[in-house]
Structure formats: structure tokens, C-alpha cells
Design a protein around this ligand. Structure first.
Ligand code: NAD
Ligand code: DAU
Length: 359
């Protein structure tokens, strides 16, 4: 079996669902169920004996040691993290606790377990660390995309904490020999994406008649990857990635934020037109920019293609269509995540942001 951490979050839950759809190998899912973890994402697995869910913290060394001894996984896929840049600007404590200290404690517990394995199992064991392109910092408009050789230049508390975790993972290989592989992926989107991030926030706000808050001029560029393409890439890396290597994963889909928001408005104009016949674009509002906002990310995923034969299956157009269709078909899921805590976050993040221009 494999152990997945953070498997009730956005990417983790997609990975768990895809894994159990593609194989019968059981999966132990360790998740703290923070505001971002949602058991409803895994509701379709109720009663499925291949999925064992444990609520707990990757930083709880005793718990992790017990789970490893009991379930004897052949691999770990580490998704567990605090993942939202804006929250890390409001307060970075949880980011340091989970992304840095939590990763350290997890690595230590896994190292002790791995050392206890018989020779063959020890050699086959893998620790796959799921990281982000944000560790590389911001690119100039005409600069080549990030390769695995790009220097680490994290700019936000979130990306600094992820960079720290990547360095810990690297050190546990070089010093202790733990067989690790790290992936650095671009922006994901798709089903079960918590609506604090750009794409789901714009979809749910548009449908609710709320403003569509674009930070600054909206000309920041991100590379977007459909979440199931990321999950397929991770399965390839787990199966055939070389120990000690890092792999950049991306969608070859560079878009400005404003292009993304316009594409969402156009899709919704066709699928669920506003009652007054106007385009959802009338809801776009430019608001105060994110402090330290990275201008551009772009991923060179050539190594994934050359070494592991992976390429994304979705274009941005097909992926966005699937995503919007999913949100339109799951109003109960959306209502379920918009709890009091979610409303408090929206008030804190957007309440004091000045509307600069409307368009
Ligand atoms: P998410 O915030 O949706 O989910 C994180 C999950 O981790 C939640 O279920 C949460 O409950 C759990 N968790 C948090 N702290 C924990 C702890 N101490 N112990 C156990 N579980 C804990 O995040 P996501 O968007 O699914 O991202 C997953 C991973 O992928 C993160 O490591 C993130 O840095 C990385 N990543 C995300 C993206 C993206 O676009 N979302 C892109 C590249 C890399
Ligand atoms: O690049 C990978 C990273 O992508 C992951 O490591 C992070 O976990 C993930 O959250 C994501 O980070 P971003 O900061 O790029 O994603 P977010 O959806 O928060 O923002 C995307 C862009 O949209 C960014 O330029 C900020 C902008 N934005 C975001 C929100 C929430 C807005 O203009 N308005 C908004 O309301």
C-alpha cells in the first residue's frame, strides 16, 4: 500500500480518487482536516476497504511512526501543506509548522521506518515530495521557463516554506540516503478546488452575483495544469522517477489572470447566462494588488516528457470546460465549503481591499 498525506485537500483528493480508479493497491490517507481538507471530496469512497482515512498531523511523530509500523507502505506521497499565498501573507505560523517542521518530522519518522525495512523493500521504497514552481520566484516577461536547474528564489512566506521543505527532502537523501523524488508543479485547477484560489473563486463569485476581484492590473502570468494531468504525472514519477531527481510539471498554458477571468465569464455567459442578459464581465473589479506579487511563472516540463513520457492530456479550453461543468453540477459541495470560517476569510481578505477600477 501507499501512504498519502493531505489526501483530503484539492490535489490530494483528486490523486486518491484517481489512484483507486486506476489500481487496487490500498491507500492510507493521513490528513489533519484543516479548513482546506474536506471529507466530502472522498464521499464516493465510503465503504471502500482500499481507502483507510486517518485524521492526524504529519508533525505528530508518534502517530506517523505507529501508522508506518502498522500499515508498512511501500511509498509516501506528501501533499500535506498550507498552500494559499494570501493566507501566508496574513500569518505564516501554520505554514512554518506544517510545511517546514511538519515535513521535517515526517522525514524523520519515515527514515526510521525505512531503515527497518528488509534490503529489497528498502531499495524499492520512495518518498515523493509534492512541491511547487513558486520556489523559483518570478520570471521576466521574455525569460525562458523554469527548468529543474533554475535557482531557488522564493518570494512569499508560502513559497519560502515550500522551498525549505524541498531543501529538507534533498538533505535527507544526501545525508541519510532516504530515496526521495521531488516534483515542482505549476498552478492546478479542476474539481474540488477550494474557492479561495483564483479559478474556483471566480466561478462561485460570478454565479453568486459577487464582484470578481482581480489583483492589480491582472497581467500576472501563471501556467495552468488540469489537476488530473498532475495526478497522472505523479503516478509516473512514483513508478519510474529516478531517486534524488526533481521533475518540473506544467501545462504549457501560460495565461494572464485577466485572460483566465475573461474565459470563465465567457463560458458562464454561454452555460448559465445572467438574468439581465449582460456578460459576467460586468462583475470584474480591479482591487489592491497582492504584496510581493510574483509577475510570471512558466514551467519547462521537457524532462518529464523526455524521461517519463508524460504530457498533459487536457488543453486549457477542455480543462476549463470540465471544471466549470463540475462546479455547475455540484452546488451542494460549494455550499458546504462556504461555512462561517470561509465567510470570515473572504471578509478579511477582500473587505478592506480597495476597489481600484471596475470594468
Ligand atoms: P490544499 O490546501 O487544498 O490541501 C492541503 C491538505 O493538507 C488539506 O487536506 C489539509 O487538511 C492537509 N494538511 C494541512 N496541514 C496538514 C498537516 N499538518 N498534517 C496533515 N495534513 C495536513 O492544497 P493543494 O492545493 O491540494 O496542494 C497540495 C500540495 O501540492 C501542497 O503541498 C502544495 O504546496 C502543492 N502544490 C499545489 C499546487 C496548486 O496549484 N494547488 C501547485 C503545485 C504544488
Ligand atoms: O504555482 C503553483 C501555486 O499555485 C501553488 O504552489 C499554490 O499552492 C497555489 O495556491 C497557486 O498559487 P497562486 O498564488 O498562483 O494561486 P492563486 O489562485 O491564489 O492566484 C492565482 C493568481 O490570481 C495570482 O496571480 C493572484 C491572482 N488572484 C488570486 C485571487 C485569489 C487574483 O487576482 N484575485 C484573487 O482573488
Amino acid at each position: 500500500m501507499i501512504l498519502v498525506t493531505g489526501g483530503a485537500g484539492f490535489i490530494g483528493s483528486n490523486f486518491v480518487l484517481d489512484w483507486l480508479a486506476a489500481s487496487d493497491e490500498p491507500l492510507l490517507n493521513l490528513d489533519k482536516l484543516t479548513y482546506a481538507g474536506n471529507p466530502a471530496n472522498l464521499a464516493s469512497l465510503a465503504g471502500d476497504a482500499r481507502h483507510i482515512f486517518v485524521r492526524g498531523d504529519i508533525g505528530d511523530a508518534a502517530l506517523v511512526a505507529r501508522l508506518l509500523a502498522e500499515h508498512r507502505p511501500r511509498a509516501i506521497v506528501n501533499f500535506a501543506a498550507e498552500s494559499h499565498v494570501d493566507r501566508s501573507i496574513h500569518g505564516a505560523e501554520d505554514f512554518m509548522a506544517t510545511n517546514v517542521t511538519g515535513t521535517f518530522r515526517l522525514l524523520e519518522a519515515v527514515r526510521a521506518y525505512w531503515r527497518s525495512l528488509p534490503e529489497g523493500e528498502r531499495a524499492a521504497f520512495r518518498f515523493l515530495h509534492v512541491s511547487t514552481d513558486e520556489v523559483y520566484g518570478s520570471l521576466a516577461p521574455d525569460a525562458p521557463a523554469f527548468t529543474e536547474q533554475h535557482r531557488y528564489e522564493p518570494n512569499s512566506p508560502y513559497s519560502a516554506s515550500k522551498a525549505a521543505s524541498d531543501h529538507l527532502v534533498r538533505a535527507w537523501l544526501h545525508t541519510h540516503g532516504l530515496p526521495v523524488v521531488t516534483t515542482n508543479c505549476s498552478n492546478n485547477y479542476g474539481p474540488y478546488h477550494f474557492p479561495e484560489k483564483l479559478i474556483p473563486l471566480m466561478i462561485v463569485n460570478a454565479l453568486a452575483g459577487e464582484p470578481l476581484p482581480v489583483y492589480g492590473d491582472g497581467q500576472q502570468v501563471r501556467d495552468w495544469l488540469y489537476v488530473q494531468d498532475h495526478c497522472a504525472a505523479l503516478r509516473r514519477v512514483l513508478a519510474a522517477g529516478r531517486v534524488g531527481e526533481t521533475y518540473n510539471i506544467g501545462g504549457h498554458n501560460e495565461r494572464t489572470n485577466l485572460q483566465i477571468v475573461h474565459a470563465i465569464c465567457e463560458a458562464l455567459d454561454a452555460l448559465r447566462p445572467r438574468a439581465d442578459g449582460q456578460s459576467y464581465r460586468v462583475q470584474i473589479t480591479h482591487v489592491t494588488d497582492r504584496p510581493g506579487h510574483d509577475r510570471r511563472y512558466a514551467i519547462d516540463a521537457g524532462k518529464m516528457e523526455r524521461e517519463l513520457g508524460w504530457r498533459p492530456q487536457e488543453t486549457f479550453e477542455t480543462g476549463l470546460r470540465k471544471t466549470i461543468a463540475w462546479y455547475l453540477a455540484h452546488p451542494d459541495w460549494v455550499a458546504g465549503v462556504q461555512s462561517g470560517a470561509y465567510r470570515d476569510w473572504v471578509a478579511k481578505q477582500y473587505g478592506q481591499r480597495e476597489a481600484e477600477t471596475a470594468q
